[in-house]
Design a protein around this ligand. Structure first.
Ligand code: NDP
Length: 279
């Protein structure tokens, strides 16, 4: 009676999630299967339904990756507050007729920063580059860590300004600091202790017009893409920053998802080390 899980994406062949969850399951003694499923671009909901139907009651959940995170948000019949804040879902849990949507990307980033990199976002001046889905998913978890400031800078300035406004209005004093939104020219003369690249230039190879001064002494520069040295990482290294890629975020978001599904939190260090060897 093995519980079944899957990750849906398009493309999906590159996904490390089946390996990560297999390592977590072996480590914690959980009896699960986890497969990668290529969904047609217009067939995500149908693919999820087919997976649930084929599971005979044993399909328990799924991860969702590019380009289906927004569609997964709409497919969910119930969503967590962090999924609502992100406007996207990367984790689905199938519970007695309900589909619960969550987003573990931001928690994964924060855990990687704090536990693996010794870089607590609390009290730091943070610069978040980009205002797309990945940026959106990490804003609330970063704000909840109580940074000294959070600046969102984006090529299209209005998108950054809109995001800053939206997250500055969170109810109930949940977060202490209100984010600021700007275009790259607004960064002239500014310094930050943590700079996170959430633009897709890590994949496309584009160079961001960043003034060198943004990297304060002992700054940590975090690239969400993994497995290669990106132009952002080269810029940050040249400016003397400590640089990390997004492999830790990937493993930590998977650990958070595993915890949601199985109620047990796997150790990530050995999994991260095993993946780093082959990436
Ligand atoms: P989106 O397409 O939603 O957003 C892309 C962002 O990049 C926008 O802000 C866009 O700016 C900006 N951008 C694109 N090209 C350029 C350029 N040439 N110069 C400056 N800015 C540019 O992508 P996502 O937010 O979904 O993903 C961003 C990255 O994060 C991807 O590389 C993805 O792989 C990575 N990621 C990593 C994860 C992990 O676990 N490690 C998890 C999730 C994502 P504009 O608004 O002006 O178009």
């Amino acid at each position: 009676m093995t519980d079944r899980y899957a990750v849906f994406g398009n493309p999906i062949g590159h996904s490390k999630s089946p390996r990560i969850h297999a390592l977590f399951a072996a480590q914690t003694g959980q009896d699960i299967s986890y497969q990668a499923i290529l969904a047609e671009r217009d067939g995500f909901a149908a693919a999820v339904s087919a997976f649930i139907a084929a599971g005979g009651g044993l399909a328990r959940g799924a991860n969702v990756t590019v380009p289906f995170k927004e569609e997964a948000f709409r497919l969910a019949t119930r969503r967590t507050p962090r999924a609502n804040a992100a406007g996207a879902v990367n984790t689905l849990s199938f519970e007695a007729g309900a589909i619960v949507g969550d987003n573990t990307d931001g928690a994964g980033l924060v855990r990687d920063l704090k536990n693996n990199l010794g870089c607590d976002p609390g009290g730091r001046r943070i610069l978040l580059l980009g205002a797309g889905g990945a940026a959106r998913g990490v804003i609330l978890p970063l704000l909840l860590e109580d940074p000294a400031e959070l600046v969102i800078a984006n090529r299209t300035e209005e998108t950054a300004a809109r995001l800053a406004l939206e997250f500055g209005r969170l109810p109930g004093g949940a977060v202490g600091v209100k984010p600021d939104g700007m275009g790259f020219p607004g960064l002239a003369g500014r310094q930050f202790d943590l700079v996170i690249n959430a633009t897709s230039t890590g994949l496309s190879g584009g160079i961001l017009p960043l003034p060198t001064c943004v990297f304060a002494p002992r700054c940590v520069a975090y690239e969400m893409v993994y497995g290669r040295e990106t132009p952002f990482m080269s810029q940050a290294l040249a400016a003397g920053a400590r640089v990390a890629d997004g492999l830790g975020m990937l493993v930590e978001q998977a650990a958070e998802t595993f915890f949601i599904w199985r109620g047990v939190r796997p150790q990530t260090a050995s999994v991260l080390a095993a993946l780093a060897k082959v990436s």
